[in-house]
Write a protein that binds this ligand. Structure first.
Ligand SMILES: Nc1ncnc2c1ncn2[C@@H]1O[C@H](COP(=O)(O)OP(=O)(O)O)[C@@H](O)[C@H]1O
Ligand SMILES: Cc1ncc(COP(=O)(O)O)c(N)n1
Length: 273
């Protein structure tokens, strides 16, 4: 009897930082890929000592090590999509952009991780400029949160109109195919409202607003879910819609661990109350 089973599976790559607390970064991305039945590969850019209360320490990987991880994955396994998260410094951002170009990585989702929802800056000032000029133009979509959208558009964002204006400015000035301005950091009824703009269609994505403090890793999870859906061959707009539904459901099953903001429940069908 032939017992060998060969399964074909789409492959996605995350280029991001490690979160020791397991809620965001590489750990959230790989769980999200696995949930979507996509084989997850990774290139780690930095190691954070982090928990639900915040980031205690960050150690950058050597740039050559980041490049080697990307090359090892793409040259042998091949990827149908990729996402970037915390890239930390100018040198790593520049090297990642070069690899995306050289290895012809398609379906790149850039989560321009710069500022956390609590307002903490996660990359240095020079890195913001390099991100805007080298990597963001290669993305099919970028997914800034409220504070990142403020930096990229140079607009103050307090209303849905501000979010829409920021999405239009970012699309025009940074030349990405699409922009999703995320509303997790907005106040009141706007919390959880995201804005999509692709040059033609300006859409408001709404969802059930989830009353929880446990929102750690929502942005990573959303961008990883978009990349997973793209790897499976879905178009960009439906990938975004499905990813939004996934993150909302995972939020409603968020995990109450640690003393601060716990992570979302990526594997909600397996969770018991
Ligand atoms: N309380 C909430 N209820 C519903 N959706 C939320 C809530 N908080 C965040 N989201 C959604 O989670 C996703 C990630 O957004 P956000 O939290 O702003 O990103 P980031 O983690 O990068 O700061 C977005 O789709 C956002 O609308
Ligand atoms: C290593 C790492 N990467 C990204 C984030 C942002 O997480 P969030 O998805 O909550 O914005 C984080 N806190 N740590």
């Amino acid at each position: 009897m032939n017992t060998e089973i060969n399964s074909r599976i789409p492959v996605a790559l995350t280029i991001a930082g490690s979160d020791s607390g397991g809620g965001a970064g590489i750990q959230a991305d790989l769980r999200t890929f696995a949930f979507h039945c996509v084989h997850g590969t990774s290139a780690i850019t930095c190691v954070t000592a982090q928990n639900t209360l915040g980031v205690k320490r960050v150690d950058a990987m050597a740039t050559e090590a980041v490049v080697a991880q990307i090359q090892a994955v793409v040259e042998d396994i091949g990827v149908q999509s990729a996402k970037t998260g915390m890239l930390l410094n100018q040198e790593i951002i520049f090297a990642v952009a070069q690899q995306v170009e050289a290895l012809e990585i398609e379906n790149l989702v850039v989560d321009p991780v710069m500022v956390s929802r609590t307002g903490a800056q996660l990359i240095d000032d020079d890195a913001v400029k390099t991100l805007s000029h080298t990597l963001i133009p290669k993305a099919v979509i970028i997914t800034p949160n409220r504070y990142e959208a403020q930096i990229l558009s140079e607009l103050e964002i307090n209303s849905v109109e501000d979010m829409q204006a920021a999405a239009e400015i970012i699309h025009k000035t940074l030349r990405t195919k699409a922009v999703l301005v995320k509303g997790g950091g907005m106040q009141g009824d706007l919390r959880g409202v995201d804005i999509w703009f692709d040059g033609n269609k300006l859409e408001i994505l709404t969802c059930q607003q989830v009353e929880t403090k446990n929102t750690h890793g929502t942005g990573c999870t959303l961008s990883a879910a978009i990349a997973a859906n793209l790897a499976k061959g879905n178009d960009l707009w439906s990938s975004v819609q499905q990813a939004k539904e996934y993150v909302t459901t995972a939020l409603t099953h968020a995990l109450d661990i640690g003393k601060g903001q716990g992570p979302v429940g990526h594997f909600f069908p397996l969770l018991r109350n």
